[in-house]
Design a protein around this ligand. Structure first.
Ligand SMILES: *Cc1c(COP(=O)(O)O)cnc(C)c1O
Length: 364
């Protein structure tokens, strides 16, 4: 029997890739999982030599996420390390276009670069395709995030990519919210996909990890060189845990999305909820409470099952009022609560939430 790598066949569908890609070959006595290789250095004379340049556990994770996104993947220590490494590619003084409601850690990095004269930054409303297309004109890099965090706006990616490419700009899509199971930006001609693998990919609130995926060989080489040079490399155990998480991404996401869709239906009926933002897919829901910040803060303190915590994309349901962070833009409503729906029983999630919401609407 041929010891062919099981994921070498590109015809596998995403659920099969999530389970099989990045496994050791089917050879007698091979382990089924890529082992955790804790190594800072390797015997001289090979391709890797030192722990900053590569690790078999990273490679397994990179193979799996790369196959799911349809490109070659590089893992980073965090999502923001991946973002910083990409932004470092932009020439001095070049223009970067980005969503005003992108993840605020990304916008903060860009604003910092602008304040230091490194780039010129134009923030755009990502739902206004015409304005975004216009902004692409003299850009070097067009940053997209869709859906955005936490406004859950959707970008019309293809016309923006076309306009960016006409201008000679690279397009990056932060695919953290959609995951490669719901959106594959490289298939829409984006140049780079960035992930906070901390979120849905690792999926268990125990790891910080980032990733970049591209099908552009030149971009891949430049990014790898830069990652290795500045040492934005991932922890090995983190990468191993994230790969273990990735194996069940499709099952977790399917359940979390079904829960989210059901909760959206019920939340829309509740008088304490003024607005429910949900793009129709995924497991993140934002609600704007009728009584603003005070009600939102109360809600996050009144639940037993829902955990008041930042971050998202894990098996357990968490939520927070985003404006409790001073860096969140003023265009995000004070009473907006971002909910990361987990994989618990949806009736337990609703009972807990409804009891807390009912409390907010009681007279007096
Ligand atoms: C969390 C997040 C990031 C940052 O990733 P870290 O792993 O926390 O560094 C980037 N983009 C989005 C959309 C995120 O949600």
């Amino acid at each position: 029997m041929s010891p062919e790598h099981p994921a070498a066949r590109p015809s596998y569908r995403p659920a099969t890739l999530a389970v099989t890609s990045g496994r050791p070959p089917h050879v007698a006595d091979n382990p089924l999982n890529e082992p955790l290789t804790m190594a800072s250095t390797y015997v001289a004379g090979g391709d890797v030599e030192y722990g900053r340049y590569g690790n078999p556990t990273w490679s397994a994770f990179e193979q799996a996420l790369g196959d799911l996104e349809g490109g070659r993947c590089l893992a980073f220590s965090t999502g923001l390390a991946a973002v910083a490494t990409i932004l470092d590619l932009v020439g001095n003084g070049a223009k970067v276009v980005a969503p005003r409601h992108a993840y605020n850690g990304c916008v903060m990095q860009m604003a910092d670069l602008e304040a230091r004269g490194r780039i010129s930054l134009q923030l755009v409303d990502i739902t206004d395709t015409e304005a975004v297309v216009k902004a692409c004109d003299d850009a070097a890099l067009v940053w997209l995030e869709s859906p955005t965090n936490p406004a859950l706006e959707i970008a019309d990616i293809p016309p923006i990519v076309a306009a960016a490419h006409d201008a000679g700009a690279y397009v990056v899509v932060d695919n953290t919210f959609a995951t490669p199971l719901l959106q594959q930006p490289l298939s829409l001609d984006a140049d780079l996909v960035v992930h906070s693998a901390t979120k849905f990919i690792a999926g268990h609130s125990d790891v910080l990890l980032g990733a970049v995926v591209t099908s552009d060989v030149q971009l891949f080489d430049v990014l790898k060189k830069r990652r290795d040079m500045i040492g934005a490399t991932p922890g090995t155990f983190e990468t191993w845990l994230a790969l273990r998480g990735l194996r069940t991404l499709h099952v977790r996401l399917e359940r979390a999305q079904a829960n989210a869709q059901e909760l959206v239906r019920r939340l829309r009926e509740h008088p304490a909820v003024g607005e429910v933002r949900y793009p129709g897919f995924g497991a993140i829901v934002s609600v704007v409470l009728t009584d603003g910040a005070l009600a939102a803060d109360l809600l996050t303190r009144k639940t037993r099952l829902w955990v008041h915590a930042t971050s998202l994309g894990s098996v357990e349901s968490t939520f927070e009022r985003r404006r409790r962070w001073k860096t969140e833009p003023a265009t995000i409503p004070e009473g907006l609560v971002r909910m990361s729906v987990g994989i618990e029983d949806v009736d337990d999630l609703w009972d807990d939430l409804a009891a807390a919401l009912d409390d907010l609407t009681l007279p007096g």
